[in-house]
Design a protein around this ligand. Sequence first.
Ligand code: DP6
Length: 350
Amino acid sequence: SVYQATVSAPVNIACIKYWGKRDTKLILPTNSSLSVTLDQDHLRSTTTSRADPGFDSDRLWLNGKEEIIAPGGRMATCIAEMKRLRREVEEKNSSEPKLSTFGVHISSRNNFPTAAGLASSASGFAALVSSLAALYALPANPSELSLIARQGSGSACRSLFGGYVAWQEGTAADGSDSLAIEIAPREHWPDMHALICVVSDDKKGTSSTSGMQRTVETSPLLQHRIKHVVPERMKTIQKAILERDFDTFARVTMQDSNQFHAVALDTDPPIFYMNDVSRSIIAIVTEYNRLAVANGGKLKAAYTYDAGPNAVIYAPKENIKEIVELIVSYFPQAEPFKDPFALFGTAGVG
Ligand code: DP6
């Protein structure tokens, strides 16, 4: 018989940023974080895992190209952890086929171009862990699986849930309480939309992994952030989400993106993730919000940037069209091609 499972996992974009590890091997963060999981239709990774007694080793293909599974590396750790959970099932029930002893072949694809400069490690490791959980028919819940996805890439633990998700930093040295929990499902706030502006598809730059380590080692501002800023923001944004209070959600999201880029700049040597186009989009959103507030209204959009120049704009659905038109008026070369996830081409933008 054939043992095979295919599962997809979506991308998530943090509102309260994870930046810094207290344990680099287990991937334990220096602060809790919170994200919104994007719609599966637009950005996702899909992974097929197959176990066979004839497979003498574990093998991996990413977007059709075979990649080496480095011994002791993150991918190997995730596979080993999933096989360990499978072994527990086999030990409890001796009639179960011994899948944990078979090699596993894993093939993963993104439905978005890797060159788009969008983080694929979050959806990638979440899909990997989910497909192995399906293959091995594990009883594990998403929070338990998040413990393993976390060891592939920190932000991946948040992609095990849809909607609004917190990654609790935890205190245990073995990482057993550093996991993702659902704050609210997507249906709680269906009006929330995300607009992705790909301002550069350049993959060069400092990786999250090495960048955040350098920040931990050199930035005094990071110490202030993790002790005195993030804990309060986690509480504030969770309340805002539960109350569907977009104004507070937007304010905190933009503040936290700004502080994340400030700690990058506070790193020695400094790290710059945003470019001139990123900063222009901040100015456009700021002006858009300023006009709304001046007219007696509330904030209408929130920008956030990860470890690269691309903008993600969260806004109530009714504002998305207006925001796209506004950005296109400044960057006429931009090509919105998917609503609500408009992607803007790089050519000539800026
Ligand atoms: C800026 O999860 O990619 O996107 O754990 O080393 O794999 P590793 O890092 P990664 O870092 C993501 C950083 C971020 C913020 C966030 O997603 O919270």
